[in-house]
Design a protein around this ligand. Sequence first.
Ligand code: PLP
Length: 479
Amino acid sequence: MNSTDFRRYGKEMIDYVADYMETVNGRRVTPDVEPGFLRDLIPPEPPKNPEKFTEIMDDVDTKFMPGITNWQHRNFHAFFPTANSYPSILGELLSSGTGCAAFSWAASPAGTELEIIMLDWVGKMLNLPTCFLHENNTGGGVMQNSATDCILACFLTARYTALSRMKRMSEWENADDAIMASKLVAYTSELAHSSVLKCAAISLVKIRKLEVDENFSLRGPTLEEAIKEDRAQGLIPFFVCATVGTTSCCSFDNVSEIADVCDDEEIWLHVDAAYAGNALICPEFRYLIRGIEGVDSLNMNAHKGMLLNFECSLMWVRDCHKLTSGFTMNPLYLQHNHTNDAINFMNWGIPLTRRIRALKLWFVIRTYGVEGLQKNQRERVRLAKMFEESVRGDNRFEVVGQVTLGLVCFRLKGPNVASKKLLHRINESGKLYMVPAIMGEIYVIRFTIITENANDSDVLYAWKVISKIADKLPPAVSV
Ligand code: PLP
C-alpha cells in the first residue's frame, strides 16, 4: 500500500469507525455466534498473492464485525467501564503512525518525556502525595500493559527488595534465592482480583487471602493477626496488595490501617485501584484512599473511567530506584548517551518494546479538560444510584454491598439459583450484557455504566428488560 492508497483507505477507515460508533446501539450487545464460527468463514491458509484492501474490508464487514461483542453499546453493563472516545482513538492512530517504541529515552525522547509529564498530570489530578511524582525525583509513574503487569512489577520489586534485605542477614548470607523466596509470604483480601494470585504464582511465593469485614473491606487487625501467625511459623511477610474498588462489588480495603501495619513490619504495600482510582479525580471521592501517604505503589486503569480505550494502565511508585534495581539490564545495544541521566522505561517493568500510549492520554485530558472528566465520573455515579433506586423499589430484589461509585450489585432475594437463571436469560436475550460475582456465598449480578453518552433512558431500559425477564421466571425460581 502506498501513501496515496493509505490516505484514501485511512479516511474511509475513520468513516467506518465513526459509522460503527454511531450505529452500534442498533446491534445486539453480544453476537449470536458459537465457538469456531470464524473458522467456517476464513480460509485455513494465508493468501499466496496480495489481496485488495476493499476485499479485506468486505470480510471485516460481513465476517468479523458480526462476531464481536459490542463493548461500546449503551446496553453493555459488564465488567468495569471501558468507554472509548474519539480523541483516544486518534491518539492511538498517531502512536501507530509514528511506529515508535518508547523503551528508552533515546528510542523516543518525546514519547518518554510525554509519558513522564502525563503520569505527573494524572498524579496531580488524583491528588497523589508528591512523593509519587517524577517532579520529586525519587518517585514517579509509568504506563504498563495492564493492571496485572503493574501488580506483577510491584510484586517482583517487593520480592527483590525482601531478598536483598535477607542477604544482608548472617542467617541467609550464602542462601540460594529460591530457598529464601520459599520463606516469603504475601497477603491480599479474599475479594482481591485474581490477577494478584496470578502474580504470586508467577513469583513462586506464598499468598494468603484474608477475610473481609461486613463491608467487604480488609482491615488492619486481620492483617496483623495473619502476620503474627506466619512469623511464628518462620515465614517472612513481604508484600500486601490492598484493593480500592474490588472487582466483585467495588468495596474498599482500609488502606490507612493496612499502611500502619505494613510500616511497622517493613512490608511493601501496593494498592490496586484499577477501577476506583479514576474516581479520585473528584475531590469528594478522595476519602476512599485515606492513608495513601503510607503506600509504596499503586495502579489504576485509566481506561476504566477516563474515556480512554484499552489499554491505559498507570502505575506509580514512591521509590523508583527500588523498582529499577530489579529490572535493569544494560546490554550494549540498549545503551545511549543519556543511559544514566534520563528515564528509560524499559527498566520500570517487564517488557522491552512498548508503544507510545501517552499520546492518547494527552489528547483525552486536553480535549475534555479535568472538569469534563470529573463531570463524566459524577454522571456515572448518578446513573448507578438511579439504577440502585429501581432495584430497591422492587421487593423481589435486593442490593448487595454499598453503591459508592458506578457499580451496583443486585440479586433476586432467595437462593442463588434464581439470580443465576435471571442473568442467563438476560444475556441470552442479547438485549443487555452483565456479568456475575460471588461475595462469600452470595451470587450477585453486576450492573455498571459504561458509555460516554449513557443517560437516564439507558438505566430505565435496562431495568425494564431485567424486571420483564424476572416476571417470566417460573415462580419457584423467582421466589
Ligand atoms: N484489579 C482490579 C480491581 C480489576 O478490576 C481488574 C480488571 O478488571 C484487574 C485488576 C485486572 O486488570 P487488567 O485486565 O488490566 O490486568
